[in-house]
Ligand binder design. Sequence first.
Ligand code: ADP
Ligand code: MG
Length: 619
Amino acid sequence: MNDASHKIPGVRPAIRPLDEAAVNRIAAGEVIERPAAAVKELVENALDAGARRIDVAQAEGGKTLIRVADDGHGIVAEDLPQAVARHATSKIDGSDLLNIASYGFRGEALASIGAVARLSIASRIAGAEAAEIAVEGGRVGQVRPAALRRGTVVELRDLFHATPARLKFLRSDRAEAQAIGDVVRRLAMAEPFVSLTLTDVSGGGEKVSFRADAETGDLFDALAGRLTRVLGAEFVRNALRVEAEREGLRLTGYAALPTYSRGAAVAQHFFVNGRPVKDRMLLGALRAAYMDVLPAGRHPAAALYIDCPPERVDVNVHPAKSEVRFRDPGTARGLIVSALRHALAEAGHRAATTVAGAALGAARPEGGGGPTAPRYQMDRPSAAARAASYQAQAPAPGFAETAGAWSARVEPVEEAPQGAEETPAEALPLGAARAQLHETYILAQTEDGLVIVDAHAAHERLVYERLKAQLAETGVAAQALLIPEVVEMPEPARGRLLDAAEDLARLGLVIEPFGGEALAVRESPALLGEVGARGLLADVADALEETGTAAGLEARLMAVLSRMACHGSVRAGRRMRAEEMNALLREMEATPLSGQCNHGRPTYVELKLADVERLFGRR
Ligand code: ADP
Ligand code: MG
């Protein structure tokens, strides 16, 4: 290896095979690039061995010690030398690389680890004595008797002691320990029925850094329990259960409400046939599913599990196996996007419970909620139907009309109609409007609490949903302006608008060039009523710029619609009458996705009486 003959002029270097230790060391660089990678391989081996309980210990971020003990089926003493040999595996026979159901299959993890650390494996199979083997600097020792009750203990000391260059690339103990924690937690999410612990034994101490006991119950219960452990109770409480199937691909898991979004893509977990993966196509599908309900800069949170026949997905893409390749990526993407959109729409106007929790500053007791069904299910036997019938009797004052003309159009209704079978408004999810505060917030009373609605944000969302519905059906209805409005619009905004003119016409906005730097607006979306053309055009131009020409047409249209909706919304600072407020609440109940505004903020907050009582120290 250190032979420099290839640099001597005139001397042609011979081609020769590398020795085994060198091969292993090079391969180790791919598989074991840091301590966390070794932990991943060892825990996966334990899972492949059918372990129900796995205990991981690490010291100094895994640099000095990594130990993984399991209660799996163990390794036969005579097989121990094979286990640490390169490309030796018990998991596949090589005849069908497209049909892999285990975590491992390359047979190179232990050989690689043996090349870059002091490795020892003690194991015991049922009905035999325990045995152990040690590997140091690639040299495999003798199989010797050992003391062990059951399962396998793999211990790895002084990782990379033989490759100081690599050691230098490792980060601080803390950072490496954190990476190990991430690996353990990800595998814990993949295997809810297995107990896992992670202990920090740095400096001879003993500190449990993660612990998840085996979950029981059906898959969804188990998942909810495990996700509570790993991602926190808040995630599960704000998450929707996802379950869908398409062409042999099954999707299960939990996805958080838009109002529980994060500032970074840190809580997005995918598992393919139980294997944690970080795959760009899958993450992109998740983003696409939330596109409509989250603004730029906010990221959805989800833990999603895709299961399919092994031959439908290739896991053999990368040595560390974190990427996958679907036979038919379109199906996987479509499944994710449609299942999540469906779940989000079904959740209706439910906003994140975190909102009320944060408002109160009072954390709810741990584990109190569990995986709640949406607080107000739109599919609850009759809530939606009742809301609809109520609406039919007291026609929602036209959001179709201008915001200004809105109140004028409402028939003066003193109280909610009190027909015998009529549900009192209090019994409806968003309750009966009682007051408007600061000319912005609607205060409503429900059977067991109170609801505060941000009227502007809520109305904006409703207008947006209506525009979307119109677009899907016939195109947004336009209304011609009596006199076209001429707006000065400097480049590049002017060009951007004209380039999009055809699409904008479908959205009810008809514009034409009008000499120099001007544009003429001939028609505008009827839903918005009388809007200031200048402000509308400026906002639409912004939306076009933000989405960029590269974005798909749908993304651009939605961005434009969302901006338009702002213009048709109830302006903060306008006083509303009781029936207007109630009509707004009823329409929110009947509209999917009305729990958050177009910017992903909640449109309402609910406080249960119990919460209020707690505020006053009554509980
Ligand atoms: P792979 O997992 O790809 O087969 P490894 O190098 O990780 O390759 O392991 C080699 C073999 O050692 C495995 O195929 C398995 O038979 C055995 N083995 C490793 N770890 C364990 C364990 N914890 N329990 C039982 N067998 C194990
Ligand atoms: Mg393995």
